[in-house]
Design a protein around this ligand. Structure first.
Ligand SMILES: [Zn+2]
Length: 431
């Protein structure tokens, strides 16, 4: 490491992140210890493996039945350790696992999960969860505040609104699956049967929460292409009652569903524009295992062009750098003034690709068009480890750019400020 590298590392360590993407559950839910299949399947150290690392474990050969027991509440710590150890050993170098190892090191003072450290890690996991531990961990990670896309509610009225700024989730409004309709009906107590009634509900959410939301968020790319074409309202209005009928037991065709989703998605984008809210879109690699259709993922960048052209005054945030097609996302951000790229999640999906991406991005696109960190977790602890990896990657990218003569050392402090927090603070509404 040269003196310049060390100086850059110091600057990056000292600069706070604005964390533009998490799914954090509310602190009170976590502290309640009340187990919940979806949000808190167990309340011991293995909870930290539930997101992301679990996928690497299965891909490394762990039987899914074992994974279920490992992540469940029924087993003692030592039994869980015996179950995970052989697979942990095979995945310990992946970004997902490294985020946990940085977490063990930084929050628990333990270098790794071993038979010796296990009882201490189990104890620290319990000890650390005290009222106020979210803000304490974020402070340790030098994170100013987070944007949260709550999976608990369409818009979460959080207990900590200055620390956890909330996205308004439009997924349920436009994907329109049986579960989405059920969720909307549960939250509103209404049973819409016409498109007009469904739009009234969307309008209600925007007028109730639009001025408090930091952005709208949609991960519909998990279930379809991002090719949203204009659809006449009358057409959508004809499909909606049949579709809701289908949802309640009479299936309708994929073309109709696409048309309805196209209409509803574009309606929500229009509302977001009205309220000055950026639209955050999942793009690229899909979380999970054995489900990804890479052909659909590959088309994400090309598919969004129509949308960003049709809504030139709406600002779009394309998340996760579109990995593994990140070059195309550099081209998009370079070309469209209403696109910004978010590196959230990318640092742990593929740390090295993220370093290369950041270098290439900074030499191609205005430096204001990028946000460099989002942990993408429901649990607070691994956000710490992910932030360590992001800082390490940013340091490496900038050090290499200086060493290779692309940028001057004196330019680095300002760039760091921009990409780690100033961009986010000026791009998103002030809440
Ligand atoms: Zn996410």
């Amino acid at each position: 490491m040269t003196n310049t590298d060390r100086q850059i590392q110091h600057w990056v360590e000292q600069t706070p992140f604005v964390d533009t993407h998490e799914h954090l559950i509310e602190e009170s839910l976590r502290l309640s210890g009340v187990l919940d299949q979806r949000f808190l399947p167990c309340d011991d150290w293995s909870y930290l493996f539930g997101e992301y690392v679990a996928n690497d474990l299965v891909v490394a050969g762990m039987p899914t039945a074992d994974l279920r027991s490992f992540l469940g509440p029924g087993l003692a710590s030592e039994a869980k350790y015996r179950m995970v150890a052989p697979y942990w050993d095979r995945i310990r170098h992946t970004g997902y696992a490294q985020a946990l190892r940085y977490t063990f090191r930084g929050l628990y003072g333990e270098n790794d999960l071993t038979p010796e450290s296990l009882p201490r890690i189990a104890e620290k996991f319990r000890e650390i969860a005290q009222p106020g531990f979210y803000s304490a961990i974020l402070r340790r990670a030098n994170i100013e505040n987070c944007h949260v896309n709550s999976m608990q509610q369409i818009f979460m009225e959080t207990e900590q609104p200055t620390l956890l700024k909330q996205d308004l989730s439009i997924l349920h409004f436009c994907r329109c699956s049986a579960a989405d309709v059920a969720r909307v009906e549960f939250e509103t107590g209404k049973q819409p049967t016409t498109l007009e009634e469904w739009l009234e509900i969307i309008d209600f959410y925007f007028s109730a929460y639009g001025s408090r939301a930091i952005a709208v968020k949609c991960q519909i790319a998990y279930s379809r292409k991002l090719d949203f074409t204009p659809v006449a309202k009358e057409h959508a209005a004809r499909i909606f009652p049949r579709h809701v009928g289908k949802v309640r037991g009479h299936p309708a065709g994929p073309d109709d569903l696409k048309a309805l989703q196209d209409f509803l998605f574009r309606y929500c984008v229009g509302k977001a524009g009205e309220f000055g809210l950026p639209v955050k879109l999942h793009t690229g690699y899909l979380d999970g295992r054995a489900v990804m259709h890479l052909d659909r993922v590959r088309d994400n960048a090309a598919d969004v062009c129509r949308l960003v052209q049709d809504f030139p005054d709406t600002r779009f945030v394309l998340m996760h750098i579109g990995y593994p097609y990140e070059s195309e996302f550099i081209a998009l951000a370079k070309h469209y003034p209403n696109i910004a790229i978010d590196m959230c999640w990318a640092w742990i999906v593929n740390p090295m690709a993220s370093v290369r991406f950041l270098k290439a991005f900074l030499l191609a696109v205005p430096a204001t068009r990028i946000f460099t960190f989002g942990g993408d977790y429901e649990a607070i602890e691994p956000v710490y480890g992910h932030a360590c990896i992001a800082r390490r990657g940013i340091t490496q990218a900038l050090s290499e750019l200086v060493a290779e003569g692309w940028i001057a050392r004196e330019e680095v402090p300002d760039l760091i400020e921009l990409i780690m927090h100033r961009n986010a603070n000026s791009f998103f509404p002030h809440r």
